[in-house]
Design a protein around this ligand. Structure first.
Ligand code: AMP
Length: 425
């Protein structure tokens, strides 16, 4: 009996070359925009001490309570696969004494995240995020700068119908009082809340605000809003953020129910949505986290950041039919027929690669037709064909794949000829 095949882990998937190029495209657009704006790329390990996420993202959040991939390593240490990027970046900021660098420190990352979530379209157990953080700057213009950076990236990817939602959730000075009023309101309406949200009222009442449950959402229509319970500083900060956005003509919608799922946020929170329906329409979001650095053992340092799901962005691009025609690979396929030709083809392919020309070929027994079909699939503009006669004459046939036109070129000048045609200097 044939052995059962081993499949990829549920919620995790392979990215095959064609799609991988699209991911690269999105990542390049993001890196370019972040580099231009003075952010430096950082990479942190996939595995962190589990305590890092418990202390930052917070107990009582779905990400930590239900979705964390955590385990004990062989030395008995509790580790976790990172579910998000900010905690690791802040840990690195502290570990490498970046507080003594000129402030603010502007960093970006392109990393895999892991969440034991219920897999569905746009929600995976392993997904990629592009994110940016500005650490050491409390100014409202910084919040605006980050919002605009993500907006610019989504625009460059030609995504139509992107909307931006904003809210502020206050800070340590005003949030406790707001939380109290909110809890009182929710208690008064306890019977009308969905069961899952009744549990949240005690554990993490602000999370009730972004409940997806219809029953709860009806109760929330008249719930107290943070905007009306802000301290003066938070009020001034939020007004500042809006002013900077208005100045640039950025359109946004104020959403008093936007709180985001992680515990470390203070003041500004924001989220970008695409046109696709459903709860998987968030393309990215972020906010200020002025208390997190202290919470992780540093001195009080203001910071703000965002993360965007690349898989989601790609789905949105596909659904809006704005996936770019990626440039054809400038390269050549070397086809050969007959034994002596195979050696010449092998030698030429390696010579082309040494000379910086993209070249591939299969030294096999396929017919020329089958080999040209393979060249077509690769999308290369030229094929070089070598048969017995070409070996004898020390020539090759250079075929233009688009028109089918063929010409004979001496083998000793073909590398220079292709370099010339590809503009390789
Ligand atoms: P969050 O840290 O939850 O705000 O996530 C940031 C962004 O990552 C979201 O706006 C989504 O675009 C994306 N994202 C979050 N969770 C997943 C997931 N399980 N699968 C795919 N993308 C995700």
């Amino acid at each position: 009996m044939a052995k059962a095949q081993i499949q990829s882990v549920r919620g995790m998937y392979d990215i095959l070359p064609e799609r991988r190029r699209l991911f690269d495209h999105v990542m390049n657009v993001f890196s370019q925009a972040a580099d231009d704006a003075g952010y430096g790329r950082v990479e942190t390990p996939l595995l962190e001490d589990e305590a890092l996420f418990i202390r930052s993202v917070g107990e009582g959040t779905d990400v930590v309570d239900k979705e964390l991939y955590s385990f004990e390593d062989r030395g008995g240490k509790r580790l976790a696969l990172r579910p998000e990027g900010t905690a690791g970046v802040v840990r690195a900021y502290l570990e490498h004494g970046m507080a003594s660098w000129p402030q603010p420190v502007k960093l970006y990352y392109l990393e895999e995240m892991f969440r034991y979530d219920r897999p569905q379209e746009g929600r995976y157990r392993q997904h990629k995020q592009m994110g940016a953080e500005v650490i050491g700057d409390a100014h409202a213009s910084t919040d605006a700068q980050l919002i605009v950076l993500l907006g610019r990236v989504l625009k460059r990817l030609r995504l139509p119908g992107i909307s931006l939602q904003l809210n502020t959730i206050g800070d340590n000075a005003c949030r406790p009082a707001y939380r109290k009023v909110l809890v009182e309101y929710l208690h008064a309406h306890e019977q009308e809340l969905a069961a899952i949200d009744r549990e949240r009222v005690a554990k993490n009442p602000l999370r009730v605000l972004d409940s997806k449950e219809a029953k709860t959402r009806a109760v929330l229509e008249d719930a107290p809003q943070t905007l009306n319970h802000l301290c003066e500083d938070c009020q001034a900060h939020f007004a500042g953020v809006l002013e900077y956005l208005d100045d640039l003509g950025v359109s946004y919608e104020l959403n008093p129910l936007l709180v985001r799922g992680l515990d470390y946020y203070t003041r500004t929170v924001f989220e970008f949505y695409g046109e696709r329906e459903g709860s998987q329409s968030s393309l990215g979001g972020g906010g200020r986290y002025d208390l997190l650095i202290e919470q992780l053992g540093g001195s009080a340092t203001p910071a703000v950041g965002f993360a965007s799901g690349i898989d989601r962005v790609l789905l949105e691009m596909e659904s809006a039919a704005v996936v770019p025609e990626l440039a054809k690979v400038k390269g050549v396929y070397v086809a050969s027929l007959g034994e002596p030709a195979r050696l010449a083809a092998f030698r030429l392919t390696q010579g082309l690669l040494d000379a910086g020309v993209r070249a591939s070929g299969m030294v096999d027994k396929d017919s020329i037709g089958a080999q040209l079909a393979r060249a077509d699939r690769l999308g290369v503009p030229y094929a070089v064909i070598i048969g017995q006669r070409e070996v004898r004459d020390e020539t090759v046939i250079l075929r233009d794949m688009a028109s089918g036109a063929q010409e004979i070129v001496p083998i000793k000048s073909i590398i220079a000829e292709l370099r010339l045609r590809f503009g390789i200097t």
